[in-house]
Design a protein around this ligand. Structure first.
Ligand SMILES: [Ca+2]
Length: 432
C-alpha cells in the first residue's frame, strides 16, 4: 500500500509549503488607520490575518486525508469479508471431503488466506499510523484555532489597550497642555475642521508648551520612500516614549495648520552625528489641501541657529541654485506624483516625499545614512545627494542623524524663556 504513504508525504509537503509561501502576514488594512498607528495593532492583526489564511489550507488537507482513510477502511472491510468467506469455505471443504486433490487445494487456499491476513495487518498498522498523524494534526489545529481566536479578540480591541494613550484631548497639543497635561506622550487631537480625531505625539515641556510632532527621524528604522497615499495617510509608528520614526500624514498636517486663527510655527530640530543640535522656526506655516497638492507656505523664517534652508541654498555652481532649491510655495511630490519644478522626478531620484522644487536645500525625509557621510556612489542609480539634508548647516553628502518637525501656536513659542528647562535642551526663540 504505497498510496496512503505517498499521500501522507504529500499532505505534509502541502502543510509545509503553505506555511512557507505565506510567511509574511502584514495587513494593516483591517486596522483602523487612525488608531492603527499604534505600534502593536498592525503586528497583531498581521499575525491573526496570517493564521486565518493558513487554517483553511490545513482543514482542506485534513478532509482529504480523512476521505482517503475512509476509502482504505472500506477496502479493508471488503477484504475482511472475503477472508471470512474463504476461511469458512476452506473449513467446510476440509470437513466435507477427504480426497487429496481437494485437500491440497485447500492448503494452497489457506496459504493465500495467510498472505492476505498479513497484508491486512500491515494495512491496519498503516491506518493506525495515519490515525495518529491525524490526531496530532487535529491537536495542533485546535491549538492554532485557539491562538487565532485569542489574536482575533486582541486585534478587535482598540489599539489604545496596548499603547498608553493619555486621556486629555484637544484641538492640538498646545490645547492639551493648556488643559493641564504635563506629560509628553500619545494624545488624541481633533482640529476644529477635522473628522474624526486622530492620534499624535505631544511633546510637552516644563513651560507648558505643547508641540504637536508631525515628523520624526532618529535611527533609520522606517523607510521614507513612500507613495502619495502613504504620505497622505501617514506611516511609521507613534510611540508614547518618542522612540520611533514616523510621518504623521499630509492630511493631518493640513488640518492642524489650517484650523486655527492663531498662526502656527513649524519648529525643525536637527541633530548631527557629532551630537550637535540646531533648530529653525518658520512662522505662519501652512500645508494646503490635497486639491492643492499639500502645498507648503510660510510667512517668514522666525529664527534659529540652523539657518534658513527652506529659502534655498547657493551650491556655488550657479546663483540661481538658491531660487531653484527653495521650498516656500512648493507642492508636495512623491515618486508617483511629480509636482516639482524639475524636468525629471525629484521624489523618485531622492527617494522620499517632500515639497520638491528643483530639487531641495532642505530635505528631512531623505534616505537615512548611518554615520552621516555618503558618496555619489551610495546614492544609487541617480547619484544625487538624497540624504537627510539641511544645507545651511551641513554641506552636501552629509546626512543628519535625527530630525523632528513639530507645530506650536506662535503665541506660545517664546513662552519658554531660558534654555535651562527645555525638554530636550533645544533652543527656542525665547532662548536667544
Ligand atoms: Ca518633474
Amino acid at each position: 500500500m504505497t498510496l496512503p504513504r505517498f499521500t501522507t508525504a504529500g499532505v505534509i509537503f502541502l502543510l509545509f509549503s503553505t506555511s512557507s509561501a505565506q510567511i509574511r502576514g502584514d495587513n494593516i488594512a483591517k486596522c483602523n488607520m487612525n488608531d492603527g498607528f499604534g505600534k502593536y495593532c498592525p503586528t497583531t492583526c498581521g499575525v491573526a490575518d496570517y493564521m486565518f489564511r493558513y487554517l483553511p489550507g490545513i482543514s482542506e488537507d485534513l478532509t482529504l486525508m480523512q476521505d482517503q482513510l475512509e476509502t482504505i477502511a472500506n477496502l479493508t472491510v471488503g477484504a475482511d469479508e472475503k477472508i471470512t468467506y474463504m476461511r469458512d469455505s476452506t473449513t467446510s471443504a476440509q470437513k466435507s471431503s477427504q480426497p487429496d486433490p481437494y485437500y491440497r487445494k485447500s492448503s494452497s487456499m489457506l496459504d493465500d488466506v495467510l498472505r492476505f491476513e498479513k497484508t491486512i495487518l500491515a494495512q491496519e498498522q498503516q491506518m493506525i499510523e495515519l490515525q495518529n498523524l491525524i490526531s496530532s494534526n487535529e491537536r495542533s489545529m485546535g491549538e492554532l484555532k485557539k491562538l487565532a481566536l485569542q489574536l482575533q479578540q486582541k486585534c478587535s480591541e482598540p489599539c489604545r489597550d496596548t499603547v498608553e494613550i493619555q486621556p486629555t484631548t484637544g484641538t492640538d497639543c498646545q490645547d492639551i497642555a493648556n488643559k493641564g497635561a504635563t506629560t509628553s506622550g500619545l494624545y488624541y487631537v481633533k482640529p476644529t475642521n477635522a473628522q474624526p480625531q486622530f492620534l499624535v505625539y505631544c511633546e510637552i515641556d516644563n513651560f507648558g508648551r505643547g508641540f504637536t510632532v508631525i515628523q520624526r527621524r532618529r535611527d533609520g528604522s522606517v523607510d521614507f520612500f513612500r507613495d502619495w497615499t502613504q504620505y497622505r495617510e501617514g506611516f511609521g509608528y507613534l510611540s508614547p516614549d518618542d522612540t520611533t520614526e514616523f510621518w504623521l500624514g499630509n492630511e493631518k498636517i493640513h488640518l492642524l495648520t489650517t484650523s486655527s486663527a492663531i498662526p502656527t510655527v513649524l519648529r525643525i530640530e536637527l541633530v548631527d552625528w557629532e551630537g550637535s543640535k540646531k533648530y529653525a522656526d518658520y512662522n505662519m506655516f501652512r500645508i494646503g489641501s490635497e486639491a492643492d497638492m499639500y502645498r507648503l507656505t510660510y510667512g517668514y523664517y522666525f529664527g534659529g541657529d540652523a539657518g534658513d534652508a527652506f529659502d534655498g541654498f547657493d551650491l556655488g555652481d550657479d546663483p540661481s541654485d538658491k531660487f531653484h532649491t527653495s521650498h516656500n510655495g512648493m507642492q508636495f511630490s512623491t515618486h508617483d506624483k511629480d509636482n516639482d519644478k524639475y524636468s525629471g522626478n525629484c521624489a523618485q531620484q531622492d527617494g522620499s516625499g517632500w515639497w520638491m522644487n528643483r530639487c531641495h536645500a532642505a530635505h528631512l525625509n531623505g534616505k537615512y545614512y548611518q554615520g552621516g557621510r555618503y558618496t555619489e556612489k551610495d546614492a544609487g542609480e541617480y547619484g544625487f545627494d538624497n540624504g537627510i539634508t539641511w544645507l545651511t548647516w551641513h554641506s552636501r553628502w552629509y546626512s543628519l542623524k535625527e530630525t523632528t518637525m513639530k507645530l506650536i501656536p506662535v503665541s506660545r513659542i517664546s513662552a519658554g524663556g531660558g534654555q535651562q528647562a527645555g525638554v530636550k535642551q533645544f533652543g527656542g526663540l525665547g532662548d536667544a
